[in-house]
Design a protein around this ligand. Sequence first.
Ligand code: PGA
Length: 261
Amino acid sequence: MRVIIRPTAEAACVTAARIIAEQVIRQPASVLGLATGGTPLACYRELIRLHREGRLDFAAVTSFNLDEYVGLGPENPQSYHHFMFANLFRHINIDPNRVHLPDGKAADLRAACEAYERSIVAAGGIDLQLLGIGTDGHIAFNEPGSSLASRTRLKTLCRQTVEDNARFFDDADQVPRLAVTMGVGTILETRRCILLATGENKAAAIGAAIEGPLTSQNTASALQLHPEVIAVLDQAAATSLRRLESYQNAESYMPDPDELT
Ligand code: PGA
């Protein structure tokens, strides 16, 4: 796993955005996997900025989001549909017909999950997946104990995740307890992943994911099986890592992803 450590959260998010931008410039019809939450906001701001400067064209891009709350439709401000349009899609020239999020209000959720998997395959698979990480080590909503072979499905959120996400709602009681999420197996099939983590509260989960044993108790650790993951961290999220020097040394031989061609 490549590990890039930036001094600040803002700088880490800019680096993640530049890696996404490089993908879209090199392959305009890329299939991007996108994430919600507090962490990617600054990354999306940088993508919007590059688009407004005329350096980034999303017209041919297809996107798939990782997850959605069950019971929240696109009109609900707390839904991930709403989040993605408010924080990214409305500000760039992506074709709304090419954006995909799981349907948290599908009458038949199981059939909708299977259809979501099929639509990823039909689009040719995900070229670059952006991932955050939960304080419990989850990727998407694959909570501790999730099968590392799991596919898109219904998942119950852990108490810690409900508490972490309560800040986006008026109170914790309003946080849905169920979500539709891509599985760990789905994520492992993407061609490249960025694991973006910022802040001290992510340090333990990041240490376990990158240097700990492979375990369903920290589903991000499954990324150790993925052929091409770039972890982009700020210094605070990197404090539990023991091999900092070797990551920094390896990085000195790599091209700087911040330099866009
Ligand atoms: P956050 O969520 O970016 O809001 O911390 C990350 C996640 O739960 O994957």
